[in-house]
Design a protein around this ligand. Sequence first.
Ligand SMILES: C[S@@+](CC[C@H](N)C(=O)[O-])C[C@H]1O[C@@H](n2cnc3c(N)ncnc32)[C@H](O)[C@@H]1O
Length: 295
Amino acid sequence: MADLIQQPQLMVGDGWDHYALIDSGDGRKFEQFGPYRFIRPEPQAMWTPQNSAWQADGEFIPGADEDGGGRWHLSDKVPAHGWPSSWRETRFTATCTPFRHLGFFPDMAPVWEWMREQLADKSEAQTLNLFGYTGVGTQALSQCGPVTHVDASKKSVAQARENATLAGMENRAIRWLVDDAAKFAAREVRRENRYDGIILDPPKFGRGPKNETWRIEEGLAPLVRDCRALLDNDSRFLFLTVYAVRMSSLSLAGLFDEVFAGLPGMIEHGDLAVRQQHDGRLLPTAIFARWSNPG
Ligand SMILES: C[S@@+](CC[C@H](N)C(=O)[O-])C[C@H]1O[C@@H](n2cnc3c(N)ncnc32)[C@H](O)[C@@H]1O
């Protein structure tokens, strides 16, 4: 019943006072995170940079294998324990992590906005953030109602709680769970629980808290099916992002088309991108599929 929009869509994030994509090219990107500027590897930036003389406070030099290894080369200016950052009313600590990240994913900003728009007419909307990391998305959703935040990393969930306290949201209805996302979703299905909205942003490969193995090629379809079982005619959305894998958003759309056959609404898919500050060039960061139901 859900209508599949075949034409790929673009979800574009512009910078804000705590994040901007300044330039990119030659397999790297140059970004502003609050008061600091960093260079990070970006294989998709195959064009020539606007300006080759990037003055950065730090650079992440990748290791031999594409997915792991590598380390930051930082100037003394960059605080070892991070610095305060924000998006809208959310608050969090930005910091250079061993995995080339900065403690949050700025390209998710248009997704956080879109989810809130889907819930605008609902009060006390129940949402689920699977692979929630440091919880900026959870903070954004908590404005609409209770949120269940699930991540396998004890450290990430602790940081997510700390971030919520920084934002003065420590008393909001947020369940902080250290768990394997696939196991948690399957358990919720058995419990016959339901949600108004679900977001999942899985890595290519990951480990659960009890060493469960997550491989996206194997685990994604069953997980999307379980998430579908947690939604009903009155639910508003399921949002999936996928990155760093050999997959097209069309294949995600094909899966959603089958899985959401029994629900009303719309299925869209496409690219998530960040708009470069000076020339508006779009840097793709992930692919997505989304089901939405205006209710
Ligand atoms: C790309 S990050 C998610 C980013 C998040 N959506 C955000 O916007 O901040 C992927 C997360 O998946 C978590 N993870 C990896 N394997 C997992 C698993 N089996 N179950 C639950 N979380 C897992 C990692 O700890 C990491 O925080």
